[in-house]
Design a protein around this ligand. Structure first.
Ligand code: SF4
Length: 315
């Protein structure tokens, strides 16, 4: 289980993953880095999203493979996903909150003994708060649906296909049939973070539309709907249409082209902005550091932004 994100298909280009073909060793500070020599072998939604938000950040993570330790919220979200995955593998009537609690107890050691969790250094009270946070997300599923009625087709379904010219990999949290509709395949993805405002909802749906396209490419069946289940909050859903699929796949193709151009030219543009406050690589990025200092001095960044520690260290 990885905590950095739920898309374990990225392992090859992730820290600790298999040594890439034609890899070249180099050193950054004292760390031995095994760098992929060419473009990545495939694209996942999270890698594409990272590249679009900041090519420099993508380079730090996927080329330099600098660590991107998961925070408390990401680890709690991964734990909640794991519990829901196992719960939805049970027969419908067994999918109760009591059973979810039992599963949570059974799989808790996976989290409690994980290096990323241990690195948080939580004391007993903080661990209780962590478990409460995770449980709130798990229990939030019942506010969105009755899990007993979901006709699950597959949980944690890996997809590995081509979308247009792009080699694409990902993991679909849940594939299901609409109750009473044998033709109504639905792609669903659990989200434990805060639901976006309406303005950003379409952009968030791109991920599940790509999964829907990948399911269609793999099975020949186009899902009817794609859903984001924001646990405890709301469902953001779209019908899967030819137009939406084409738009999402075209955008993925553009990202793939730009990413390959960047890797070939070894040019990774920095995109300083509000997200620098949450970028684990700000200490390695002069543009990001300058942005943080500016935002800090003008009071335009939350005091809780973790990357502000780099500003303190630089001053
Ligand atoms: S600090 Fe900002 S500009 Fe630099 S890599 Fe991170 S997100 Fe990009």
């Amino acid at each position: 289980m990885t905590f950095t994100d739920l898309d374990t298909s990225e392992k090859l280009y992730d820290v600790g993953g298999e040594r890439p073909h034609d890899a070249a060793d180099t050193r950054i500070d004292d760390r031995l880095i095994v760098k992929p020599a060419g473009p990545p072998p495939y694209l996942s939604p999270s890698s594409a999203s990272t590249f679009r938000s900041c090519a420099r950040r993508w380079k730090f993570r996927y080329i330099d493979r600098l660590p991107d330790p998961a925070g408390e919220a990401a680890i709690a979200g991964t734990f909640a996903h794991r519990v829901l995955e196992l719960l939805m593998e049970e027969a419908g009537p067994s999918r109760t909150t009591d059973r979810a609690r039992e599963i949570a107890r059974e799989v808790w050691p996976e989290t409690a003994e994980h290096d990323d969790f241990l690195a948080l250094g939580l004391d007993d009270a903080e661990q209780r708060r962590f478990r409460w946070l995770a449980w709130t997300a798990i229990e939030g599923l019942w506010r969105l649906e009755n899990p007993a009625e979901v006709e699950v087709v597959a949980n944690e379904q890996k997809v590995d296909t081509h979308l247009g010219d792009v080699p694409f990999r990902g993991i679909v949290d849940r594939l299901e049939r609409e109750p009473g509709d044998a033709t109504g395949l639905v792609v669903s993805d659990y989200k434990s973070g805060r639901a976006p405002s309406r303005r950003f909802a379409d952009a968030r749906l791109e991920q599940v539309l790509l999964y829907a396209a990948a399911v269609e490419a793999s099975t020949g069946e186009r899902p009817k709907a794609a859903r984001l289940l924001y646990l405890g909050q709301c469902i953001i859903e779209t019908e899967v249409t030819e137009e939406l699929i084409t738009t999402a796949v075209d955008a993925l193709g553009e990202t793939w082209t730009m990413l390959n151009d960047s890797v070939t030219s070894e040019t990774y543009q920095a995109s300083p902005g509000p997200l620098c406050g949450w970028c684990p690589y700000a200490g390695e990025c002069p543009e990001g550091l300058a942005e943080l200092e500016l935002r800090h001095s003008s009071g335009r960044i939350r005091a809780s932004a973790p990357s502000l520690r780099f500003v303190a260290a630089a001053s």
